[in-house]
Ligand binder design. Structure first.
Ligand code: ATP
Ligand code: MG
Length: 358
């Protein structure tokens, strides 16, 4: 019997619709090659255009509507004429928090044919999984301002770390590390300069580590971590960090792996109490919007992660192999990877690679 998966597609703003349509073409192609599964896709026109028209990026019952789906494929959100905090809180974070997608997974590696800005570092030398805490920490939205505009004005931004929140992200991180060949986890912290939050983070890391005796682990201060990622990338495997630290480290990671255009991410509700969301890490990139040159590979890789999450591991592996065929061939690469292909050409090359495999 054919397995049916219901997908909510939210193309969003800027190049979001371009890369999402490319990924949906690829998923459709994969689906037609296989009798095993079929995706039922529903598109939602949520984003900045809707905000300018109707005053909200998505309807009030938007998050609830998403619960009916098996997974969500998201493009990008953000527009020059809408403030960043409006687009961020009005859609992406509303979904992540509303569906309790507390674990953000960011695999980073150098795909075949691509090179790192680090000299002498090629495919195989940098292969990381960054696990980002996605629900609390520095982005909890707690704090306030007083004495606005006065010389003694004060603003506070309070980071929240709860035992439940830290325990659950540590369990995800250790389990992800256990599933990878090297079974190694680096816990990122800055507890030497803080007295409470990351001290708790460190204590809980040590507690949860006892549940995973087959995983080796170490601790790194976030500042030293940037140096290690740059000078000794091969020494790292799985990495867990707070919302803020992982945000910064994963941009560095994407740059070291070649381009922001290839990097994927999964916002997981690991208990599957609500659907998870898959998206490229890049934003709306208005400088190249409408030109047909956006690199769709980050969205293809995100779609592959989505297939894996849906249990379609064979299709996931096929898609990853086809992505590697595309990146290996200079004639198939988009502009940000030094090639000359348009979004449509990269997509067509990828479908050819799927066909060639049979
Ligand atoms: P946002 O405000 O939503 O984060 P942004 O305009 O800051 O969006 P980013 O995604 O942060 O865009 O990307 C920064 C730059 O990298 C873009 O302006 C664009 O030139 C380039 N870029 C990003 N994604 C891609 C892509 N998929 N293909 C090609 N170039 C890209
Ligand atoms: Mg940006």
């Amino acid at each position: 019997m054919t397995r049916v998966h219901r997908i909510a597609a939210i193309p969003g703003d800027g190049i979001g619709p371009e890369v999402i349509e490319a990924a949906l073409d690829v998923l459709d192609h994969l689906g037609r090659q296989s009798n095993a599964f079929r995706l039922e896709v529903e598109r939602f026109d949520w984003g900045s255009k809707r905000y300018l028209r109707e005053g909200a990026l998505m309807p009030e019952n938007g998050v609830a509507a998403l619960r009916a789906f098996d997974a969500i494929l998201f493009g990008a959100v953000g527009a020059p004429d809408v403030p960043d905090h409006v687009t961020l809180w009005g859609l992406r974070l509303a979904i992540c928090q509303g569906l309790d997608q507390y674990a953000n997974l960011r695999p980073t590696r150098i795909l075949p044919g691509l090179s790192s800005p680090l000299s002498g570092v090629g495919p195989g030398d940098l292969d990381w999984l960054i696990v980002r805490e996605n629900s609390e920490g520095e982005y909890a939205g707690q704090g306030g301002r007083s004495h606005r505009g006065q010389p003694h004005e004060v603003a506070t931004e309070t980071a929240i770390f709860t035992r439940a929140g830290v325990e659950r992200i540590m369990r995800v991180a250790f389990s992800q590390a256990r599933a990878r060949p090297r079974k190694h986890l680096t816990v990122v912290t800055k507890s030497n300069a803080q007295r409470y939050g990351l001290v708790l983070w460190d204590e809980i890391a040590a507690e949860v580590a006892t549940e995973f005796p087959d995983v080796t682990w170490d601790r790194m201060l976030v500042d030293a971590m940037t140096v290690r990622m740059t000078l000794d990338p091969g020494s790292l495997d799985t990495i867990v960090a707070t919302n803020l630290h992982a945000d910064i480290l994963s941009d560095l990671a994407a740059a070291l792996a070649g381009s922001i255009g290839i990097a994927p991410t999964a916002n997981l509700n690991p208990e599957r109490a609500a659907p998870s969301m898959f998206e490229p890490i890049h934003g709306s990139a208005f400088d190249i919007t409408g030109k047909g040159v956006a690199n769709p590979i980050g969205t293809f890789w995100s779609a592959a992660m989505m297939l894996g999450y849906l249990g379609e591991t064979e299709a996931e592996a096929r898609l990853m192999r086809a992505i590697e065929v595309v990146t290996s061939d200079p004639e198939s690469r988009p502009r940000d990877l030094g090639g000359a292909c348009s979004t449509a050409q990269v997509t067509a090359r990828l479908c050819q690679a799927l066909d060639a495999e049979g």
